[in-house]
Design a protein around this ligand. Structure first.
Ligand code: ADP
Ligand code: GLC
Length: 480
């Protein structure tokens, strides 16, 4: 089976969060199931710089008004189709925001162009390669099924995965003509959304199947609290919605072979984590003592509950804990965390920015990772934490709920606990969880047992890749 995947970020070429990890790992995990994926991605400067010997395979003279070419190239075991369109993607900031952190004003056009290119490839425009199915991810490629529906071309089956319903790609109605869709696409069945244009909304209406990245989140987005305005649309498509939990690329994230960490180790040699711990201590300027180091590797946003953590940093320090925080995002949250670091030198360390190697070292050396998210479609850092013996302390929501077994009395007795869950997701709830963590840490035998249990959990793509492959097959055999 041939699948065209369309995504706005894909590891190892370009990454701002978990979408990149998933869009990069899934094609590789699907290979054993006979799925051959090609991945269409924008040609941002970082992508153009990283690829070697690309081959031009398709040209657009007028892709929503701009010239573009599609380049074919292999990179990191993935077959990429890079949409080289300098007018859209040659910018000095990141994939979505400028150097000041502001959304590019023409994001609607940049990602409509990506989607349209995907729909053209789906329609057979790429010489010598006709996909059987298209898999789009998040709002940035959600117009692929829309263009497929409204363009007079043969329609292929399509899957749209919701990685985060908070990002919907909603724009004023004045952009509609620029999308070059027929007038009737501006309707309830199409992209119209409370009088605006909704990219994700249009994709949710037109894709043949919808998936999201955990079973719990699939249920949550049916409610107003988590559906963020789209719960009605989701409810109308509930029969086509599948919750499939993410896995991790266990070649990249393997403490026994990871070249980014200072010292590799396995469940049998946990004491070797001490070398990585030293690196964390040095990087974050922490004191040397036996108390636990709690870490955070995260976008600094309201979603991730970073304000809750900032609010109780002093209590964590008074309990004898240390905090190492790696993150980028909201300036106010960054400020609050730096203020905590200023108040507690040697106890709280903050490193602002994006640092892939340090994110591995922290999982390999810290005692626990704190993930106090208000909502979390899946979450990957708790899965990396499990694999690395860095105990996840997580809010009971979405994928965090589905992947971590709370250390309650019964789970500890049965030796199946892998972390700590807390609810409600408030400062008090988090503080309670931190007290439990401090208490558990006193009993090193129990703590080590939990680390080992986590390292044994199956966080690979195995079962989930099988579910995607089965979904693809059912759609292809049913025909669009
Ligand atoms: P989300 O996609 O919502 O940000 P996930 O947990 O799914 O959350 O994925 C986050 C990914 O980004 C993980 O691979 C994590 O290690 C990585 N990450 C987040 N912040 C940073 C950072 N500041 N430096 C390095 N890696 C980071
Ligand atoms: C989104 C979600 C995160 C998920 C990731 C990959 O960024 O916020 O929970 O793990 O996508 O699916």
């Amino acid at each position: 089976m041939k699948v065209l995947s369309v995504a706005s970020e894909v590891f190892p070429l370009i990454k701002t969060g978990g979408l990149a990890d998933v869009a990069g790992a899934l094609p590789i995990a699907l290979k054993p199931y006979g799925v051959e994926t090609r991945t269409l991605i924008p040609g941002y400067p970082a992508v153009m710089k990283a690829i070697r010997d690309p081959v031009v395979c398709l040209e657009f003279t007028d892709l929503l008004g701009e010239q573009a070419t599609v380049l074919e190239v292999e990179h990191g075991g993935i077959s990429f189709l890079v949409l080289d369109a300098p007018a859209y993607y040659t910018r000095t900031g990141g994939p979505y925001v400028d150097a000041m952190g502001k959304d590019y004003p023409d994001n609607w056009r940049r990602f409509a162009a990506l989607s349209l290119a995907g729909a053209e490839i789906a329609a057979g425009r790429l010489p010598g390669w006709q996909p059987d199915l298209v898999h789009a991810h998040d709002w940035q490629s959600a117009l692929v099924p829309v263009y497929m529906r409204y363009y007079p071309t043969p329609e292929l089956p399509s899957v749209l995965t919701i990685h985060n319903i908070a990002f919907q790609g909603q724009f004023g109605p004045s952009i509609f003509p620029g999308l070059r869709l027929p007038a009737h696409a501006f309707s309830v069945e199409g992209v119209e959304y409370y009088g605006d244009v909704g990219f994700l909304k249009g994709g949710l209406q037109t894709a043949h199947a919808l998936t999201t990245v955990s079973p719990s989140y699939a249920e949550e987005i049916l409610t107003p609290e988590f559906g963020m305005g789209l719960e009605g649309v989701i409810a109308s498509r509930a029969n086509s919605l599948h919750g499939i939990v993410n896995g991790i690329d266990d070649h990249i994230w393997n403490p026994a072979t990871d070249a980014m960490i200072a010292q590799t180790y396995s469940a049998a040699t946990l004491k070797d984590r001490a070398v990585n711990r030293e690196r964390v201590i040095a990087h974050f300027g922490l004191d040397h003592d036996d108390g636990p180091i709690f870490c955070v590797v995260s976008r600094l946003t309201w979603q991730k509950g970073m304000d809750l953590l900032a609010g109780i940093a002093s209590e964590i320090v008074h309990m004898g804990g240390k905090l190492a925080i790696l993150g980028a995002g909201d300036a106010a949250l960054e400020g609050a965390l730096f203020a905590a670091a200023g108040r507690h030198r040697g106890r709280v360390g903050v490193s602002a920015g994006y640092n892939e190697p340090m994110s591995h070292i922290m999982q390999g050396g810290c005692d626990a990772i704190i993930i106090p998210s208000r909502f979390e479609p899946c979450g990957l850092t708790q899965l990396y934490g499990l694999r690395y013996g860095c105990l996840p302390i997580v809010a009971r929501t979405g994928g965090l709920n589905d992947t971590i077994i709370d250390a309650n009395h019964a789970a500890l007795q049965a030796k199946v606990a892998t972390g700590i869950q807390f609810s409600p997701v408030t400062a008090e709830g988090l503080l309670q969880a931190m007290r439990r963590a401090m208490h558990l840490f006193q009993d090193r035998k129990v703590w080590t047992q939990m680390q080992k249990q986590g390292m044994k959990s199956d966080v690979s793509w195995g079962r989930s890749a099988e579910r995607y492959a089965a979904l693809y097959s059912s759609l292809v055999s049913r025909g669009a």
